[in-house]
Design a protein around this ligand. Structure first.
Ligand SMILES: [Zn+2]
Length: 182
């Protein structure tokens, strides 16, 4: 939760309290009465595949610069979640995908995020690094750089993806991500 100091609509100070009829404290404007709700953010991502290979991106931005991940990012307003996954794949890997289906959903309550991952087929096999990537590459399962994957949730998703592929069944799942412990 961001600790809001001033109302972004009128510039007055705010008070953190439970609004009438509500059950959680919110930042409420002392001037115009606006209630500044804060709700979880949605991250949309894609496991892009081409034949037996998976497209990964080496991150050019913090956190985890230089580590590999799948295309993913925050949804924008006025787009669908599939559009968000396709847009992120285009932005980070300059690749066009068609969405095969929902892969899985990760609840990440400790940072108030939800991560929705799709399977996406590369349309023409073309890709190149976008501004947020240092490098993009297709990997066979045997060559995935497991020690250099950016986030545990990506490692988990890729391992599960390859296991599902052997079985030939992709059953959408919901998992919870616990806080990262050093
Ligand atoms: Zn206000």
């Amino acid at each position: 939760m961001i600790d809001i100091k001033f109302c972004c609509l009128c510039g007055s100070g705010v008070t953190f309290r439970i609004p009438d009829g509500d059950h959680l404290p919110r930042h409420i404007c002392n001037g115009c009465g606006e209630i500044h709700y804060q709700n979880p953010k949605v991250v949309a991502g894609c496991i892009p595949h081409w034949g037996d290979q998976i497209l990964l991106c080496k991150r050019a931005i913090q956190p985890r610069v230089g580590f590999w991940t799948v295309p993913a990012g925050f949804m924008e307003n006025n787009e669908t979640i599939e559009q968000a996954a396709m847009r992120e794949t285009d932005e980070e890997a300059r690749a066009k995908v068609t969405i095969d289906g929902l892969y899985g959903v990760f609840n990440i309550p400790h940072i108030s995020q939800i991560y929705v991952l799709f399977r996406g087929a590369l349309v023409d096999g073309k890709f190149s690094p976008g501004p947020e990537s240092l490098e993009t590459a297709l990997y066979d399962e045997a060559d995935i750089p497991w020690d250099d994957i950016a986030f545990p949730v990506v490692t988990k998703s890729l391992r599960r993806f390859f296991a599902d592929r052997v079985r030939g069944v992709y059953e959408p799942f919901i998992e919870q991500v616990e806080p990262f412990k050093r």
